[in-house]
Design a protein around this ligand. Structure first.
Ligand code: CU
Length: 146
């Protein structure tokens, strides 16, 4: 007759454990849900290691009009440099502007480049920059800075 009393406590205890575990899980979801990312400081500059900034090589290959420089035209980004190398046997120059323009040599002028010599100019601003050889005015080239 008295054995039945102790058996009644077991189902009550398991029910309490079940209710407690539900309430913990519920409050856990509530706490983790508010996500505020107001801090925009994380990466203002970003990882821009893929940008092709640097020095570009242009070969002076001879007196061949707009084929005198290779590659021509050349497209670069602002901040990039171009190095012209005289790969011809003759002397040449890399002179900004065009032969009939009023701004000859204003942006850059290599002076005389003997065979094997080179000249580098850095382009800080976007634009289209024409150039030519002051010894052979038919030699024309163009640098497009984006
Ligand atoms: Cu020349």
């Amino acid at each position: 007759m008295k054995n039945h009393v102790s058996n009644h406590k077991l189902p009550n205890l398991s029910l309490i454990v079940l209710l407690v575990s539900i309430s913990i899980t519920g409050s856990g979801i509530m706490l983790s849900s508010p996500v505020t990312s107001a801090y925009g400081e994380s990466s203002s500059s970003g990882h821009s290691s893929k940008t092709l900034t640097g020095t570009h090589i242009v070969s002076i290959i001879g007196i061949k009009k707009d084929k005198s420089f290779d590659p021509n035209p050349i497209e670069i980004k602002a901040g990039d440099s171009v190095t012209w190398t005289n790969d011809d046997d003759d002397i040449h120059t890399v002179t900004s502007g065009s032969s009939e323009g009023p701004t000859i040599g204003q942006d850059f002028d290599s002076g005389t480049l003997a065979s094997g010599e080179s000249f580098t100019h850095k382009f800080d601003n976007p634009g289209t920059f024409e150039y030519f050889c002051s010894f052979h005015e038919s030699m024309t080239g163009k640098v497009v800075v984006k």
